[in-house]
Ligand binder design. Structure first.
Ligand code: ASP
Length: 589
């Protein structure tokens, strides 16, 4: 039978006691983390959120000893006792409470526990399925306790920061109308209006812009967003954005505020990030790193060697340059010593990333060596010189359309850096990617798509191109990147109805359709809309990176599996036929 807590109150957490507390009478409340039964002496580590403390129960308290022997892992206990210093040879320097122990004068078993399906005390290897089914036990383990605690610290630091910058925290509806972020909507049937549906917000985009029209000046929200996407490794159906919007914003103002916010988040792990962050136009990021999320913790930068091969005897490179393509490559430091097999593997990998082939060159004893003989020794020497490759290095080269070859090389760059251990773990490289194109051509539907979303403003200097050459228009859009991950993105918005209508038309939306989907917004734009802009940061991703986790599931209390299932609550699940009848929904099997 479980005993009662009664009026018993905790005096200290299980992580609090130190040598300076010796002699204090304490009450600890928590779980049995580990226990050792030495016959006439029982040791228990009692754990709560703050840590664990060693408790000793001795023979002199025979009834306590009996009770202690009934304990099992994860029983819930109250310990009443006095803090004592451990003898020097039994002190544990790895645990903050390791100098002391509590000698129990009373012990209450507040609740028993079944044997957990995995140990809480050790970070043993447990399948993700079991962890998610018993998430409440998984969450008790030290790693997730730390991650969830850090998430709290980061959230609090951000809240305090935004408050200090004059932001209002404002909630926007969960039951709403579709927002165009490019994913599939989750729909919620209306009972009151049969046949009609709410959509869950993919983001609060339209509402936050309306808040600017409403004179709220600066808005922030820790907003849950819902996107019905096929689950890739690092996506969740619902995720949290730190969503913000600023009236009278310029890109510089947004950068400044967001850099301050990220610096505040980093204080949670005691890291001081240098500001301002670097800035790089999208086109340059693609050319030099083959991606709009470059990881700048290491070099291996892609270089362009097109002009060197304009008249090369090597037909593949020469023709690529003649037809508007180019030759690009990067230097792999220390890889001149690669064996034949290692070099072949590199070529194979490049092909898997979509390259037609990969040429390599390196310095040899007295000469140079190049895999495509037709390039000739002279040609190879020249490109090695221009690339800056040293004696120990290997230069890899590919050809094709400029963006395409950079994208292949960008993937190879990452793979090589990982394999060669060139990525320092303790570096934080933050940067802005700017000047994204406004539109992408949608080949299948023969129309333009927004790269960001349809409310993103074109650069003022490109406005005249909007009608005739939309593909050349750059946007006032920006992403913030950390170590190769997109932390967030946003833009300065269109704030006049005419430009907004032109953009909808370019996206293939008839005036009628635009009115139907966003009529309320278009109307609001006509009532004195201030210039405004903002951004949304992915809170889950920030927490994962700052916790040193590679998956956002490790920083979300109750995540879904990659198969979109909540294994603990068993959702999604069938519902009562009566509920469906009320909604006038018939399910086809
Ligand atoms: N609503 C955008 C997104 O979810 C962010 C923004 O433009 O502020 O990506």
């Amino acid at each position: 039978m479980a005993e009662q807590l009664g009026q018993l109150a905790r005096t200290h957490t299980c992580g609090a006691l130190r040598a300076s507390d010796v002699g204090t009478d304490v009450v600890l409340l928590g779980w049995v983390h580990r226990m050792r039964d030495l016959g006439s002496l029982v040791f228990i580590d009692v754990r709560d959120r703050a840590g664990y403390t060693q408790v000793v129960i001795e023979e002199s308290h025979a009834d306590l000893l009996d009770r202690a022997k009934r304990l099992r892992s994860e029983f819930v206990v109250a310990v009443i006792g006095r803090v004592e210093l451990r003898s020097p040879d039994t002190q544990n320097a790895n645990v903050p409470t390791g100098q002391i122990e509590v000698r129990a004068t009373d012990l209450r078993i507040l609740n028993e526990a079944k044997t957990p399906p995995f140990t809480i005390a050790e970070d043993s290897n447990v399948s993700e399925e079991t962890r998610l089914k018993y998430r409440y036990l998984d969450l008790r383990r030290p790693r997730l306790q730390r991650n969830i605690g850090l998430r709290h610290d980061i959230t609090l630091a951000l809240r305090n920061y935004f408050n200090s910058q004059g932001f209002y925290e404002i909630e926007t509806p969960i039951l709403t109308k579709s927002t165009p972020e490019g994913a599939r909507d989750f729909l919620v049937p209306s009972r009151v209006h049969p046949g009609e549906f709410y959509a869950l917000p993919q983001s609060p985009q339209i509402f936050k812009q309306i808040l600017m029209i409403a004179g709220m000046d600066r808005y922030v929200q820790f907003a849950r967003c819902f996107r019905d996407e096929d689950q890739r490794a690092d996506r969740q159906l619902e995720f949290t954005q730190v969503d913000l919007e600023i009236s009278f914003a310029t890109p510089d103002l947004v950068y400044n505020i967001v850099e301050g916010a990220l610096a505040a988040a980093f204080t949670a792990i005691g890291v001081d990030v240098p500001r301002p962050f670097r800035r790089m136009p999208y086109a340059e990021a693609i050319a030099r790193y083959g991606t709009d999320k470059p990881d700048l913790r290491f070099g291996l930068e892609i270089q362009d060697f097109g002009p060197l091969f304009a008249e090369s005897p090597f037909g593949i490179f020469r023709e690529a340059v003649e037809h508007g393509g180019t030759v690009r490559g990067f230097v792999v430091p220390g890889a001149a010593k690669f064996s034949r097999r290692e070099v072949d593997e590199l070529v194979e990998q490049a092909k898997q990333f979509g390259a037609a082939g990969l040429v390599w060159a390196r310095h040899a004893a007295e000469s140079v060596q190049v895999s495509a003989k037709a390039i000739g020794e002279e040609g190879a020497r020249r490109v090695l010189d221009v690339s800056g490759a040293m004696r120990d290095d290997l230069l890899v080269l590919g050809s094709g359309a400029p963006d395409a070859i950079s994208k292949v090389l960008g993937q190879l760059r990452l793979a090589v850096a990982k394999k060669q251990n060139l990525i320092p773990e303790d570096r934080w490289e933050l940067l802005w990617i700017t000047d994204f194109p406004l539109f992408d051509w949608n080949l299948d539907e023969r129309r333009w798509d927004s790269v960001n979303h349809p409310f993103t403003a074109p650069r003022e200097e490109d406005l005249h191109l909007l009608a005739a050459e939309p593909g050349k228009v750059l946007a006032k859009a920006y992403d913030v990147i950390l170590n190769g991950w997109e932390l967030g993105g946003g833009s300065i918005r269109i704030h006049d109805r005419e430009t907004q209508a032109t953009v909808f038309r370019l996206l293939g939306m008839s005036d009628e359709e635009a009115r139907d989907r966003f009529g309320f917004f278009l109307e609001a734009l006509e009532y004195g809309t201030p210039p405004h802009g903002g951004l949304a940061l992915g809170l889950d991703r920030i927490c994962a990176l700052l916790s040193g986790e590679s998956s956002i599931r490790e920083v979300i209390a109750f995540p879904k599996t990659t198969n979109a299932v909540d294994l603990m609550a068993d959702a999604p699940s069938k519902v009562d036929p009566r509920q469906l009848r009320e909604l006038r929904i018939r399910v086809q099997s």
